[in-house]
Design a protein around this ligand. Sequence first.
Ligand SMILES: O=C[C@H](O)[C@H](O)COP(=O)(O)O
Ligand SMILES: C=C(OP(=O)(O)O)C(=O)O
Length: 472
Amino acid sequence: MTYTPRWPPDTPARIRRRAVERALADRLDAALARPAAQQPGWPDPDRVRAVVRRLTAGEPLVAPAETRRLLDRLGAVARGEALLLQSGDCAETFADSTEAHLRGNLGLLRRMALVLTHGAGLPVVTVARAAGQYAKPRSAPVDAHGLPVYRGDIVNSAEATHAARAPDPERMAWAHAHAREAMTVVRRLARGELADAHALHEENRRFVDTAPGGRRYAARSAAIGRGLSFMTGIGAPAPRLGEIWTSHEALLLDHERTLLWIDAEGTEPQLSSGLAHFLWIGERTRQPDGAHLAFAELLANPVGVKIGPGTTPEQAVEYVRRLDPHGVPGRVTLISRMGHDRIRQVLPPIVEKVTASGRQVVWQCDPMHGNSRTAANGYKTRHYDRILDEITGFLEVHRALGTHPGGLHLEATGENVTECVGGARGLAEADLPTRYRTACDPRLNAEQGMELAFAVAELFAAGTTPSPETPR
Ligand SMILES: O=C[C@H](O)[C@H](O)COP(=O)(O)O
Ligand SMILES: C=C(OP(=O)(O)O)C(=O)O
């Protein structure tokens, strides 16, 4: 059911439902009336209203039952019985909304998940930054040329002209159309070729045999192979990976408000986003009195909050209390993105205070956003060593406190891009221009992603977290 109320003739049940819808509609309006950071200055509000009305009447992309299943799986992560791996583009573009691109990104997600499952000895819940990650928050309103900044394909074009950078609300409709097609591909791949553990392992074996540094992980790869052969040997059904859920940053509120269902299954009726299974609030929009947090409070979906190095333990507890008033394990994911040099100091008091509050959250590490820097040649980049070091610090903190390091949140693509430096191939700053294709922030490429998965699997398996080299 879409959020726009269509009133049928009255019966007592319908009147009750109508009251719920009205109450939620009022709360939604109140939430969205709060100050909202990072929203585009649409030139023509009437056109925005017309697009929002049109999209609100459309069919949702995901169903509340699917979203509830994810909540259940994240409950397992929060209890320490599973891991969460979330990965994909920094900014999805309409041009890259193709089956080949999605297959690359989702394939990498699944191959990494297979390796982490083995290293941690836990099932891995796979969530794609896909089928809706079209909006970007930015540090400055204008770019280096004085043009309005690119805010993601859902708002304006990356092309460097004034006309192209003007926010166009019709782009929200294009985003819906692309997300709908992407969703079909995600479902098909998740049930089909990207469910097949044998096929994923074969690709990982090729990585180990041919990629620089791959042989370092030969023992784990061989152990995974033996495990799969054993399953075949005893006549077990061919092992298959589970669902792929979708996620994006709940940033552009005119878009987020368009496809909302009423989910009456929980403790109280809530709105369920029909746009994605998992939504998160970004570092730049997590203001306690802001619209984004108030919007997330109304949702039945599992939600994440990015917590940067300026987050206090008190703030973290407030996020959790507001977003999880009923204490549902896995309802909230706290996504730390502190930077490799700060995580070991900033995260522990946050984890301690949230744990003492009695809530069971998913602790997830985003090792990307606190480790960005500008290379000498002007490209925005991240070093593989710093990414791995932030994850190492994350594991150290949780091990020391006896809490569960629930998962990773990465920007990574299955394509052979040159955006992050480092890794066993030794990508250098001079290599960045070769295939620098991201629309916003630098992503790990397929080789760097697999190398990271094997390295983190070793950390999980060892149960210790040595930090062997000083990261660059
Ligand atoms: O992906 C995150 C943000 O959108 C991004 O880091 C902002 O980039 P900027 O600092 O180049 O604007
Ligand atoms: C913008 C993002 O991250 P953050 O809010 O942590 O900067 C992101 O993950 O795309």
